[in-house]
Design a protein around this ligand. Structure first.
Ligand code: 13P
Length: 249
């Protein structure tokens, strides 16, 4: 049985003060929640405030990106070692916005995933096709390329420590959620890739989250799919009450 994980990706939203205000409302709402892992990914500048706020609770803090080197002359970058020292236990890797706007490639995803694991962070590795790719029937080819080039070189032990997030680009921030069936079909395909590259057993314990316009009113339907092991939530994770509703689906 795979334990569900619900993660909030705040993207470039929330100051330190807004982060503290979020947790003041959010933490009491999830105090009794036991059925899933809860992760919040604030922007770098609010990580320390988030770590302080969640201390002693079951909420984990995640980075949204990292550099693959531990340190160096890379202006503007943050390493896995720095995230771990700040109290993060997860990091998002290869988000489609990084791929689309900041030149992230399958190759950099692979290096970042390895670097995250070296720093003992749990990487949440994002994959997913664009609208044009889906319409051109390229979904499986894109997922296969992203999986093989981004994750194919991991050792079995490394692979056992990652989460994958399937985020179809056409569903992100558009209000256009993939139906639970469409999402489950992609998840099944990704799990098949994992079985082919690693082992059936490893594939069967791999957690695959769905991301793209997840809201309080569609989370139940998504989580009813056996293939969907959780969610990576953008917009709806910014509001403490709506994120708590999603966590407590
Ligand atoms: P939305 O939930 O705002 O569509 O964003 C999804 C996402 O990109 C999470 O990483």
């Amino acid at each position: 049985m795979r334990r569900p994980a619900i993660a909030g990706n705040w993207k470039m939203y929330k100051t330190r003060a807004e982060t503290l205000a979020f947790f003041r409302t959010f933490l009491p709402l999830i105090e009794g929640t036991k059925h899933c892992d809860i992760v919040v990914a604030p922007p770098f500048t609010a990580i320390c405030a988030a770590v302080e706020a969640v201390r002693g609770t079951k909420v984990a803090v995640s980075g949204q990106d990292l550099h693959w080197q531990a340190e160096g002359a890379f202006t503007g970058e943050v390493s896995g070692k720095m995230l771990a020292e700040s109290g993060c236990t997860y990091v998002i890797v290869g988000h489609s916005e990084r791929r689309q706007y900041f030149g992230e490639t399958d190759e950099s995803v692979q290096r970042k995933t390895k670097a995250a694991l070296e720093s003992n962070l749990t990487p949440i590795v994002c994959v997913g096709e664009s609208l044009a790719e889906r319409e051109a029937n390229q979904t499986e080819a894109v997922l296969k390329r992203q999986f093989e080039c981004g994750l194919g070189a991991l050792t079995a032990e490394e692979f056992s420590r990652i989460l994958i997030a399937y985020e179809p680009v056409w569903a992100i921030g558009t209000g256009r959620t993939a139906t639970p069936e469409i999402a489950a079909e992609a998840h099944r395909y990704i799990r098949g890739l994992a079985a082919a590259h690693f082992t059936h057993e490893q594939a069967s314990v791999l957690r695959i989250l769905y991301g793209g316009s997840v809201k309080p009113d569609n989370i139940k339907g998504l989580m009813a799919q056996a293939e969907i092991d959780g969610a990576l939530v953008g917009g709806a994770s910014l509001d403490a009450k709506s994120f708590a509703e999603i966590v407590n689906y």
